[in-house]
Ligand binder design. Structure first.
Ligand code: NAD
Length: 491
């Protein structure tokens, strides 16, 4: 049994209240860990430590190359413990170990990328109207950062925040999801081993309305970076208004995957499956909204159904498993509720729509791959984020029609489309109002490319150079070399 503590000011501590939470394995609901359950007081202590490390501890003044050295070292340690981390992530989330291994590869790369950028974040000299002056624009670390991550990609999402913040010279209080904290804690241990000074990295476990809310409200936090649902994001935005802290939000998505008649049919089917059923559809960029053109619609639905019937569900540690369980009983109930609403409406259930019958899967939070056709824009199952293994198929006739419908959503995270027509690729890429658009691919991320949402899918960007800039303030320094008297008010 794993026991997990809070990490505050370079010390591993129990929650001040003494409270604990059991962490469950979604495969069979068994208890895998007992974690200290922090609250506002623990969070205040972590904020104080991060504030001190930023204001008086010398972290922002540490040469960028030295910060980079520590982050590179952390990346090496993540690679050293790659398999342990991957197995821990699968234990905590239920996803297949192979998926977790991919995540860990990405994560080591994310720390490396931002370590590489740390000492290339110099300023620029700009033209000034006064020839006897020098005007410089520099980027400085924004300060103490509260970072709140979700349960679906626990360590990947945490690394998108930790790596750029540390590279920029900020100090951080990381708050992982209370139901999946284990890999974030392990990486906190690795940060300690790498040698980050006390107070620079703090990790506080606990419920969102306690730990997360304190981070969002505190006057001593300069930036709050949040990944999670839209409703929580809005609460955080309101809470952040108190001291006008910087806000970065990565929120939900309802992502269209558009298949035109001239698509490479087999590839489009393959990626329609990949787009949704990895991690049982619990992906912010899941292509759960499949839109298929008239000419291939029926054949496409049939091909999807045939492939979906063969998806192997099971324990993420079993090498033959292709899809694990949902994260929790609560989330399973949410997915079931959405499917029930759709069943009662005019959508046509082609397969799934229930829990699997397999006796081996009854203790866990499994849900069958589910396919609806005859879906329309105004259905809740089309417009809202189900975050489960559910595909809705909409039929369309023309390019203009599908673009209008795809854009008719409050979300704007990502979209993909399939066609062999290169002029159409240009047109559709520009017309879709989403932060990422994939042509003839789906769900491709890499650290060099910015990630984030249009509309209510978020605010700001993670990854890429802009991901580092989010953790900086811009300062203009104007130096006059030959100041002359102004004498407006006489001499
Ligand atoms: P959630 O909003 O329920 O929780 C996310 C985090 O916020 C958790 O750590 C939680 O404890 C904390 N939290 C909850 N209430 C809070 C409050 N009042 N104040 C501060 N913090 C609070 O989301 P979730 O269910 O963990 O994650 C799923 C959501 O995350 C989905 O909507 C998904 O699309 C989104 N997501 C988005 C991206 C992206 O890149 N845009 C990536 C992953 C997940």
């Amino acid at each position: 049994m794993i026991t997990a503590k809070l990490y505050i000011n370079g010390q591993w501590v129990e929650a001040r209240s003494g409270k604990k939470r059991e962490i469950l394995n979604p495969f069979d609901a068994s208890v895998i860990a007992t974690a200290a359950e922090g609250d506002r007081d623990d969070t205040k202590a972590a904020i104080k430590a991060a504030r001190h490390a930023f204001d008086h501890g010398g972290w922002p003044q540490t040469p960028a190359s030295e910060r980079a050295r520590l982050i590179f070292k952390l990346a090496d340690l993540i690679e050293r413990d790659h398999e342990e981390l991957a197995r821990l992530e699968s234990l905590d989330t239920g996803k297949t170990v192979e998926e977790s291994r991919w995540d860990m590869n990405d994560i080591a790369g994310i720390f490396r990328y931002f370590a590489g950028l740390a000492d290339k974040n110099g300023g620029e000299v700009i033209a000034s109207p006064n020839p006897d002056s020098t005007s410089t624009v520099v980027r400085e670390p924004v300060g103490v950062c509260g970072q709140i991550s979700p349960w679906n990609y626990p360590l990947l999402q945490a690394s998108w925040k930790m790596a750029p913040a540390l590279a920029a010279g900020c100090t951080i209080i990381m708050k992982p999801s209370e139901i999946t904290p284990l890999t974030t804690l392990k990486v906190t241990e690795l940060a300690e081993e790498a040698g980050f000074p006390p107070g620079v990295v703090n990790t506080v476990l606990g419920p969102g309305p306690e730990v997360g809310a304190e981070l969002a409200e505190s006057d001593d936090v300069d930036l709050i970076s949040f990944t999670g649902g839209i409703a929580t994001g809005k609460t955080i935005m309101r809470a952040a208004a108190g001291n006008v802290k910087k806000v970065a939000l990565e929120l939900g998505g309802k992502n269209p995957n558009i298949i035109f008649d001239d698509a490479d049919f087999d590839l489009a089917v393959d990626y329609a499956l990949n787009g949704v059923f990895f991690h049982a559809g619990q992906i912010c960029s899941a292509g759960a909204r499949v839109m298929v053109q008239d000419g291939i619609h029926d054949r496409f639905v049939e091909a999807l159904r045939k492939r979906m019937e063969k998806i192997v569900m099971g324990n993420g540690f079993d090498e033959t498993t292709q899809m694990g369980p949902l994260i929790s009983a609560e989330h399973l109930a949410k997915v079931e509720a959405y499917v029930d609403i759709a069943k009662k409406g005019k959508a046509n259930l082609v397969m799934g729509g229930k829990r699997p019958d397999d006796p081996a899967l009854q203790k866990g939070y499994f849900y069958m791959p589910t396919l609806f056709t005859k879906c329309k824009n105004d259905m809740r199952i089309v417009q809202e984020e189900v975050f489960g293994p559910v595909i809705t198929v909409e039929r369309f006739s023309t390019e203009e029609e599908v673009i209008e419908r795809a854009n008719d959503t409050i979300y704007g995270l990502s979209a993909g489309f399939w066609t062999r027509d290169s002029d159409r690729i240009e047109r559709v890429s520009k017309a879709l109002r989403f932060g990422t658009v994939w042509a003839n691919d789906f769900n491709v991320y890499f650290v060099q490319a910015p990630w984030g949402g249009y509309k209510q899918s978020g605010l700001g960007r993670e990854l890429g150079k802009i991901g580092l800039e989010e953790y900086t303030e811009v300062k203009h320094i104007y130096r006059n070399h030959a100041t002359k008297a102004f004498n407006w008010f006489g001499v």
